[in-house]
Design a protein around this ligand. Structure first.
Ligand SMILES: [Mn+2]
Length: 471
């Protein structure tokens, strides 16, 4: 990997005074990867342009400009066949998705984790690969490890309750550089920003009886455990709890989850309640950007609303104009969520014939880029069986786009939802992929029922497989 990173740095230096562009994936990891690459290029005073795309489909590639050096981050590896027009030109593909073979393109430097014996699905992200190149360009770029951690989290590579494999080396770089801290903590969302009872009520994977989705229940729980949720006029945040209070709370959360979770999944519960949490030490203590998980969610929402440049500038350090723009976007995001969940509430969910899968069709109501967010939240909603995957569909111009999500418990049990959706899509002439608990596909609209049946078969088979080894 380092050898390939070195070859890319040679190529970057060679084009110091030429036209350079960075093309990246429009998701949290892709935005972080582009920001890392852009910061590294700026340090060398190399001018460059940045563009974000969903996928490198043929029609998208047509619209990309030909520059003296083109750098793809967090995409490219699995769609090299669509990049023919860049053949013969200096190109870097820095990616962690499963690569396809290529030949007759000696100018291509293909930096892919899988080609170096590293598990790109779980152990390094696109931002991580970009970071390795940045670090090779200049050791001072170690501070960018913070963004590589945000990117890995965006791709849910911490689904075990902590980062693994190569990501841990990057994490260590961040700790050594003083930009990241690592703590064992309750895995509550909003550790630095939300009152403890709010953080508790939004905890839904696994569902905790009397806690998930229940403000009153959370307040009663805290009272019963003798954990004050207010000091004077101030709400206490998860981060404000003492170690002893956290232990008491964790024990109770795990015990309650045990009552609800099916027996075969019980052993995975503790790792979803307690795990490693990461903080970014250069961010304000009460900021949404302080916790890595929240940071990545912020960046993810900019990408979901097709405003990745906002996320990109935030990653690069802007805390003024773009930060305000992001806050506005998040307000809009919350409104979209409320509307989307209202729709789910009203319509309810449908089920595939064998009952392994639940789904909804948001055509005409939900934006295609937003259906995944709603699928994710629906998983924690009372109308949903949290122990079965859920798919959200949007049909547009004869094409059905599907986003699927499942509980981390199913992933820990061994279900690879991305593999399942890829196989199912392929079986009906479509395309699919993504991450183990969050993925998507597109198929022809008239094949949607066939697709759902195939997807269900794949899920059923996947749940029968042995569990992913724990590290
Ligand atoms: Mn990625």
């Amino acid at each position: 990997m380092l050898e390939l990173a070195r070859r890319s740095t040679d190529l970057i230096r060679k084009h110091r005074n030429d036209s350079v562009s960075v093309i990246s994936h429009m998701d949290a990891d892709g935005v972080c990867a582009a920001a890392i690459m852009s910061k590294a290029l700026e340090r060398l005073e190399i001018e460059h342009r940045v563009r974000f795309v969903h996928m490198l489909y043929q029609d998208v590639v047509e619209t990309l400009d030909w520059d003296d050096l083109v750098i793809f981050t967090d995409l490219g590896s699995s769609q090299l066949h669509n990049l023919q027009k860049f053949k013969g030109g200096d190109t870097i593909v820095a990616d962690h998705h499963l690569p396809e073979a290529h030949d007759g393109w000696p100018e291509l430097v293909h930096v892919n984790a899988h080609l170096c014996g590293i598990d790109g699905v779980h152990e390094i992200s696109g931002a991580g690969v970009a970071y390795l190149i940045a670090k090779e360009l200049d050791q001072k770029n170690v501070a960018l490890s913070a963004l590589a951690i945000v990117g890995a989290t965006g791709d849910i590579q911490n689904a075990w309750g902590k980062l693994r494999g190569f990501n841990r080396q990057i994490l260590q770089d961040g700790v050594d550089a003083g930009v990241v801290s690592r703590e064992t903590d309750l895995l509550l969302y909003g550790r630095h920003t939300r009152p403890i009872f709010r953080a508790l009520e939004t905890f839904t994977d696994p569902p905790i009886p009397g806690v998930s989705n229940s403000t009153a229940g959370c307040i009663t729980l805290l009272k019963d455990l003798d954990i004050p949720y207010k000091v004077g006029q101030n709400w206490r945040r998860p981060i404000d709890l003492t170690g002893e209070e956290k232990r008491r709370l964790a024990t109770e959360l795990i015990a309650r989850a045990f009552m609800h979770v099916p027996e075969e999944l019980v052993r995975y519960v503790p790792s979803l309640v307690i795990g490693e949490a990461y903080s970014l030490l250069n961010e304000d203590e009460r900021s949404m950007l302080r916790d890595v998980d929240e940071f990545s969610t912020c960046i993810n929402s900019t990408a979901r609303h097709e405003q990745p440049l906002i996320g990109f500038e935030i990653c690069k350090g802007d805390r003024r104009v773009y930060y305000r723009a992001m806050l506005n976007l998040l307000r809009y995001h919350r409104r979209c969520i409320a509307d989307g969940m209202g729709f789910i509430e009203q319509e309810g969910l449908m089920h595939t014939p064998r009952g392994y899968l639940q789904y909804f069709d948001g055509t005409g109501v939900l934006k295609e880029t937003f259906v995944g967010t709603i699928a994710n939240l629906t998983l924690g909603h009372r109308t949903c069986d949290p122990y079965k995957p859920i798919a959200g569909i949007v049909r547009e111009r004869g094409v059905a786009k599907i986003s699927a999500r499942c509980s981390k418990l199913l992933f820990l049990k061994g279900l690879d939802l991305a593999g399942a959706i890829r196989n199912a899509a392929k079986a009906v002439g479509g395309e699919g992929g993504g991450h183990a608990v969050a993925c998507g596909a597109q198929v022809e609209e008239e094949r949607i029922q066939d697709f759902l049946c195939k997807f269900e078969d794949e899920v059923a088979a996947g749940l029968g497989r042995p569990s992913v080894p724990q590290v």
